[in-house]
Design a protein around this ligand. Structure first.
Ligand SMILES: [Zn+2]
Length: 300
């Protein structure tokens, strides 16, 4: 397989990985090829957008409201993310545009924090929910459906870039949509993490075939630099749910004694799983965390 960005030859890093999340291991085989030059991996084979849509049923987590402790943890995460963004913006009532706004929950928190918010989301369900629940006007569509002449102080891409076949295209496109001192805020999984090295094909964030691109810290840094972004800051993020999912996939789908351990783990109460996930995530993140929070600007 050739790299989708530089056309260099890629090496096969993971063979015969399945969709353990939605298809519960009953999908066709996928593989992950890595480009050493771009320092990122790509899911193959490349499938059409229409075919890919079949892997996003309405039960897909991004479309569903979280409940209980998960909802509480999510709100805390939103607040932390907004603090990171606010630190880079000096202006009052900055404008924020989110690509892949889901159900508008992050934008709603941002509005409460003083941002002037708008966004785009391909899932009609999310757009309707955001309007009904928060009176948020989100455009139903993709990044290219952003208002033509508008420019923003902040553009947000949370868990979006890894789902796109060519992340360079979208990053180039939104470059013209950022104001002079505007901030690009990105959240993506880190394929170069200790979590990924430990769980390998069972790592929750491989998420084939939905995750098309598998970034590393140096890979995203290089890509952003090549496009012209400066002031690139990459922070660690630990998500207990990623560890929980990885242990459960490992237990359920590997052909080893781990299965019994996985089955026992699945039966634990939710709160205990979160604590275990947080501890394992924190220990592994000493080397490198499973997710990255990135801020970048076009000019200082
Ligand atoms: Zn490449």
């Amino acid at each position: 397989m050739k790299c989708l960005l530089c056309k260099n030859n890629c090496e096969c890093r993971i063979k015969d990985v399945k969709d353990y999340f939605i298809c519960k291991g009953k999908s066709p085989d996928f593989s992950m090829h890595y480009c050493k030059k771009c320092m990122m991996g790509f899911t193959s084979p490349k499938i059409s957008e229409r075919e890919l849509l079949g892997y996003y049923p309405s039960s897909y987590e991004a479309y569903n409201k979280r409940k209980g402790i998960m909802s509480f943890l999510q709100k805390m995460k939103y607040k932390r993310d907004l603090k990171i963004i606010s630190r880079s913006i000096t202006k009052n009532k900055p404008s924020m545009f989110e690509i892949g706004a889901g159900r508008g929950e992050f934008l709603q928190e941002a509005r409460k924090a003083g941002f002037n918010v708008s966004g785009v989301e391909p899932g009609e369900e999310g757009v309707i929910f955001a309007k009904k629940e928060y009176n948020l006007k989100i455009i139903c569509g993709f990044a290219k459906d952003m208002p033509l002449k508008s420019r923003y102080d902040v553009i947000v891409l949370r868990h979006v870039l890894e789902h796109i076949n060519n992340p360079k295209d979208i990053l180039l496109y939104i470059k013209d949509k950022l104001k002079d001192k505007g901030v690009l805020f990105i959240k993506i999984p880190n394929y170069g993490s200790a979590e990924s090295a430990l769980f390998k094909r069972y790592w929750g964030s491989i998420d084939a075939p939905r995750h098309r691109v598998h970034f590393t810290k140096n890979g995203i840094k290089k890509l952003l630099k090549d496009i012209g972004y400066k002031d690139i800051l990459i922070r660690k993020e630990i998500v207990p749910n990623d560890i929980i999912r990885s242990i459960e996939f490992w237990g359920r789908y590997s052909n080893s004694r781990i299965r019994t351990l996985g089955a026992l783990f699945s039966k634990l109460p939710e709160i205990l799983k979160i604590i275990i996930g947080q501890i394992i995530g924190a220990v592994l993140s000493i080397r490198s965390s499973g997710r990255m929070i990135i801020t970048a600007r076009l000019r200082d």
